[in-house]
Design a protein. Structure first.
Ligand SMILES: Cc1cc2nc3c(=O)[nH]c(=O)nc-3n(C[C@H](O)[C@H](O)[C@H](O)COP(=O)(O)OP(=O)(O)OC[C@H]3O[C@@H](n4cnc5c(N)ncnc54)[C@H](O)[C@@H]3O)c2cc1C
Length: 414
């Protein structure tokens, strides 16, 4: 069974159903449903959907991205095609994206069930063997794929979370009426020299709308998520000041908040017959909050691991995560943890990266590293510089507790 029919759950169910498995796709929501998101699907996600033959009617193509630093200076980050991904992303409201993916899973043969997964059912040898649902029904399963988002009930029920280690973020999103051609990221200071511990954005949306939001990193303290709401008036005043919006007030509609669980750390992703994918596994980029590509990439791998045989599925899937996501996530989770709580350092990094000359010189490598696009990047100076940054980051974070956590959680046996 798959719990959760967001991008992760629907892709897992689609791959399982196409592979001949009998799969229940359980979600508490009625679709289409909204989800707080910037609505951008990165190049790796575009490629994965292409590989699976899933079309996204109505999606808008976007490519380069602009970063506006605390001083108002702008840098354009190129979105160059790699060897394994295209040179563009898609923008599509989550209400449409998630309904389309879920429909594709159902068309492939997954059985949709609208209910909340509540209590775990015991399986062979005391392992988790399915879930009781809010409707009173029970779904027994050989394997449970937890695709139920950042606050995953499956992860909690399977005892896979170490709350003190999780890197939480909280973000608010609005739909506005200030269209932009290029996604804009804003690194800004809440007071002179003190950087906001996160960033704001203004992204292109369909039908001339924009998607605008503000996200804050809070480490393990979820009560600090309220900072995004507290700072939103100041953020919208800043957006107006730098000339991106017509009003200095938040839009009247479309306000929705959501949690991000970043950098994998603190959630063991697979044990026994339980595999966590997407946000449930904390597979969100700790530098910029992207998670849709990772959700779909991890889901496909988990489903393939199950199709190859349930007994070894968890070990196979951990091995995939160790190779594919852990090297980047371990380094950037460590950097994320080191920067939060240091507002002067956050501001200084934003200023230096967008300083005249510096930003333009680093833009290609910055875009590759920040967006986790090094693996498969096209040869050239940007890739070389991004590889140097990745190696330096690995060395700088190699002795820390976060790296040790990765080594233990993704170890081959357990
Ligand atoms: C404000 C914000 C902006 C973001 N912007 C971007 C962006 O622009 N691009 C990007 O790539 N990523 C972005 N992210 C991250 C992205 O939203 C997630 O990484 C992505 O949604 C992960 O997909 P998922 O399928 O793992 O989880 P989700 O999309 O959260 O889906 C989980 C599903 O599980 C269901 N569920 C939960 N609990 C249960 C239960 N007990 N029983 C049954 N069903 C359950 C929910 O109803 C939901 O449908 C953003 C996140 C936030 C909060």
């Amino acid at each position: 069974m798959v719990v959760g029919a967001g991008p992760a759950g629907s892709i897992a169910a689609l791959v399982l159903a196409r592979g001949g498995a009998s799969v229940a796709l359980v979600d508490k929501a009625n679709f289409p449903r909204d989800k707080a998101c910037g609505d951008l699907i990165g190049p790796r996600g575009v490629r994965l959907l292409d590989d699976l033959g899933v079309a996204l009617p109505g999606a808008l193509r976007v490519d380069d991205m602009a970063v506006i630093g605390p001083t108002g200076r702008r840098v354009r980050l190129p979105c160059d095609a790699g060897l394994t991904y295209p040179g563009y992303a898609y923008a599509l409201p989550r209400a449409q994206l998630d309904a389309t993916l879920r429909q594709a899973a159902v068309a492939a043969g997954a059985e949709p069930i609208t209910a909340r997964a509540t209590d775990p059912l015991g399986g062979d040898g005391g392992a988790l063997g399915g879930f009781a649902l809010s409707t009173g029904a029970e779904v027994a399963a050989d394997v449970v794929i937890g695709a139920d988002g950042a606050t995953s009930r499956v992860a909690e029920a399977a005892g896979l979370i170490d709350p003190a280690r999780v890197l939480w973020g909280f973000a608010l999103r609005w739909y506005g009426a200030d269209p932009v051609d290029v996604p804009q990221i804003l690194l800004w200071d809440t007071s002179p020299g003190r950087g906001f511990p996160g960033y704001g954005w203004l992204f292109p949306g369909v039908e001339g709308r924009s998607n605008v939001g503000l996200g804050v990193g809070v480490l393990a303290d979820r009560t600090a998520g309220a900072e995004a709401g507290r700072c939103s008036d100041a953020f919208f005043a800043h957006l107006h000041r730098v000339g991106l919006t017509g009003s200095d007030r938040p839009p009247a509609s479309g306000r929705l908040g959501g949690w991000l669980k970043m950098g994998m750390v603190g959630t063991r992703p697979a044990e026994g017959r339980v595999l966590l994918v997407g946000d449930a596994a904390g597979l969100v980029n700790p530098l910029q909050g992207e998670g849709i590509s990772e959700a779909m990439g991890s889901a496909r791998a988990a489903a393939e691991a199950v199709l190859a045989g349930p007994d070894q599925a968890a070990a196979r899937y951990r091995s995939f995560l160790r190779r594919t996501y852990a090297p980047y996530q371990a380094t950037t989770a460590s950097l994320h943890r080191a920067m939060l709580g240091r507002p002067r350092a956050v501001s200084a990094v934003g200023r230096v990266l967008t300083a005249p000359g510096v930003g333009r010189a680093l833009a290609g490598a910055w875009s590759i590293y920040w967006n986790d696009l090094l693996d498969g990047a096209a040869p050239g100076s940007a890739r070389r510089l991004a590889a140097v940054a990745a190696a330096a980051g690995r060395v700088a974070t190699s002795a820390g507790p976060t790296r040790r956590w990765f080594d233990e959680a993704l170890a081959a046996a357990s």
